[in-house]
Write a protein that binds this ligand. Sequence first.
Ligand code: ARG
Length: 455
Amino acid sequence: MKLWQKNNNSPSGDGVEVEKFTVGNDREFDLLLAPFDVLGNIAHAKMLATVGLLTNDEAEKLATELKEIYKTTQQDNSSPSGDGGFTIHDDIEDIHSQIEFLLTEKLGDIGKKIHSARSRNDQVLVDIKLFLRQEIKQIVLSIQSFFELLIQQSEKYKNDLLPGYTHLQLAMPSSFGLWFGAYAESLVDDVNTLKAAYDVVNKNPLGSAAGYGSSFPINRTLTTQLLGFDDLHYNVVYAQMSRGKTERIVASALTNIADTLARLSMDMCLYLNQNFGFVSFPAELTTGSSIMPHKKNPDVFELIRSHCNQIKALPNEIMMMTTNLPSGYHRDLQLLKEHLFPAFTTLNDCINMAALMLSNIEVKKDILDDEKYKYLFSVEEVNRLVNNGMPFRDAYKKIGLDIENGKFEYSTTVQHVHEGSIGNLMNDKIAANMQKAVESFHFEKYHAAVEKLLG
Ligand code: ARG
């Protein structure tokens, strides 16, 4: 049964094929939208009562029933006992139809009234916005604890030196303190760009209906407040155009985090390689080989790298899938769900696995004492001469010639004191910036709104 069907006949013949094709995998992803569709319904019903399209009593009854449905969306219906969790029935097209069907089944004509002044086009829009708001919050929380670990490790290993490379050639001394702290600070920028995406997400499209508004005098400001959005997409045509664009902007923000993790993973694969040998991990965090008995492979980091690189392809995928779509709704947009939605779970898993690995890392001590790293100290020696009064270019030439003539002498003490260097990591500043970035989301505002709607 479809909302747009005028009789009660089930599809037959070619209709079955068309339904199978048009619905595709969509129910699986719509299930993730279920709690958010309920929230949108409650806000919409409350608003309809304020403009006379429902009585207060009708809106109350709808809200009570919707809260019951909400509870079923929070149950685990994967349990074998099948304890009555929320499902979208095979003969029902999507989440929006399923919920209207349940309301009508329970409340008769009252249920049939709820679709005044809206369309599935703005329902799915609002559902996606609410879903993304929650998923972004989860990512921010995971990043926050991973960040704390990176800062802790940076402090713990701040005196352990590491070769620094440019062009993958030995360059200058670095340290594990710098290495961990670098990825921590990278995450600050990633969270700030995610906040920019969140600002696009956190706007209310509800009331744009099919994409052209409604002749009912609805109150969109009210649903904006009820759902805890920061603002609304004012122009109804743009509200519809925000579908696809919002997903792409969020995907772009995810790519920054993915890129940070992929890079970190690549460093770990290199550092674990025997020719580097800078770090090791307990055997249970590495994997073996079926033929080579000595193997301890970094499969976890390789898979983080691959998953993250896959996420980096997402904005492109979304861009291609929405290329040349004119304004207005198009069914093409439905498929974006199956590309974007799984990325959140994947990215969360990657963050948590990176945290598991790095909390168990073993760092090799005194790496730079090995003579093969001696030229890392060439700039230190140039700087020593400069400190003793020689112009930089002369000092550079002298050390260069010493190296060429096999006369290079060096000391392994490094004295870097400026901001953000080996001897002065300034992790407290980096942590303060992360704190500021996380607080800028004001998740408490949306929590309060959701709790009030469900209260
Ligand atoms: N499953 C559809 C989607 O995700 C819901 C909206 C349907 N609207 C329509 N005009 N057919 O886009």
